[in-house]
Ligand binder design. Structure first.
Ligand code: NAD
Length: 342
């Protein structure tokens, strides 16, 4: 889909169900009149096998050039093997903000009327995995140590990003989530800095804060009280999967990794090896990620059309994949979307 006047963007089909859901999303975007000219690149296991490197230079160059990418899930071996490519991409391109919105799309689930956007700091905190072991006597791994680092500059940057986004999108409240009662330095600094930022936005938007454990419970008891959440890396990692669970699972949750030099859009879920190659994966999360990408380049009209068509396909045509209790295949869903978009 190369074309004049189009926006060049890197497309990484990825591993497992990645190529299947990417294909469906590209077809749906084509039906919409996609503004993107795709620059297809290998990454993850697919690239490790054929290029000997899970993040080949061609991929990194492509993202550096286009500053915009849509990424399928990449398989990371547990334990040994290579480091998470997702973390590497975030670090390479300074993608400090991870936005994960969830909305109730299918009524009759556990919760109605959920519309929460979580902003997760993406480069610091306990998630950086600066780890080592300490030996005692003849046990070389008697003690495990992990160092988490939060900086004032990093905390300010993510808080400003979240508040700015919330105000621009007419949201009502931002909740700062932390564990400053126990991790007084690590997450105390985050809370203090985020409150500072909040006070500058006082006239424009309300804010409060929650300790992460209480927040997890409140998300189960009364999730509708939350609007926009901003939090540190590890808490954001955990809470965003919880949020996905509130609205029907990982198949519904998109994510955006945003930095000053590039933005990478992806589904929150992984490569789902258990269902790969069967043609039954739900392409919705990656499609919603493409919607966020359209908003990012100023094509809100196109993103709204996707959201409307998704609502019709799920709730009127009742075309739903198996993870949503339906029988549709990936291709059925793509066909139904294309019919509604044309
Ligand atoms: P997963 O998200 O791949 O799968 C968890 C469960 O959800 C599985 O039962 C799977 O079938 C189901 N599922 C996920 N996406 C689905 C979809 N679109 N439609 C229907 N069902 C779906 O998590 P995992 O099994 O823990 O991880 C598998 C691999 O993916 C690992 O190598 C992991 O490192 C990687 N991973 C990558 C990313 C990413 O690239 N952003 C994110 C998470 C995990």
């Amino acid at each position: 889909t190369k074309g004049k006047g189009k926006i060049p963007a890197t497309l990484i089909p990825g591993d497992g169900i990645g190529p299947e859901i990417t294909e469906a999303v590209v077809q749906i975007l084509d039906a919409l009149g996609s503004p993107f000219a795709w620059d297809r690149q290998l990454g993850g296991m697919a690239a490790a096998k054929s290029e000997g490197d899970p993040a080949p230079k061609a991929l990194l160059d492509s993202i550096a050039r286009n500053k915009l990418a849509l990424k399928g899930p990449l398989t990371t071996p547990v334990g040994g093997g290579f480091r998470s490519i997702n973390v590497r991409l975030r670090e390479t391109f300074g993608l400090y903000a991870n936005m994960r919105p969830v909305r109730t799309l299918v009524p009759g689930g556990r919760y109605e009327d959920i519309d929460i956007v979580l902003f997760r700091e993406n480069l610091e905190g306990l998630y950086v995995a600066w780890e080592h072991y300490v030996a005692i006597d003849d046990d070389p791994r008697a003690v495990a140590v992990s160092s988490g680092i939060n900086t004032r500059a990093g905390s300010r940057r993510i808080a400003e990003h979240a508040f700015e986004w919330a105000v621009r999108h007419g949201r009502k409240k931002v909740t700062i989530v932390h564990k400053a009662n126990v991790l007084k330095a690590l997450t105390g600094l985050f809370l203090e800095t985020a409150r500072d930022v909040a006070s500058r936005y006082e006239k424009k938007i309300a804010f409060d804060d929650r300790i992460v454990d209480a927040c997890a419970m409140q998300l189960v008891l009364n999730p509708q009280q939350f609007d926009v959440i901003v939090t540190t890396n590890l808490f954001g990692d955990i809470l965003s999967d919880q949020l996905a669970g509130l609205v029907g699972g990982l198949g519904m949750a998109p994510g955006a990794n945003i930095g000053p030099d590039a933005a990478i859009f992806e589904a929150v879920h992984g490569s789902a090896p258990d269902i790969a190659g069967k043609g039954i994966a739900n392409p919705l999360a990656l499609l919603l990620a493409a919607g966020l990408m359209l908003e990012h380049v100023g094509k809100e009209d196109l993103s709204k059309r996707i959201n409307k068509a998704v609502d019709v396909v799920l709730n009127k045509d009742l075309v739903r994949t198996r993870d949503l209790g339906g029988k549709a295949t990936t291709a059925d869903f793509a066909r139904a979307m294309i019919k509604r978009l044309k």
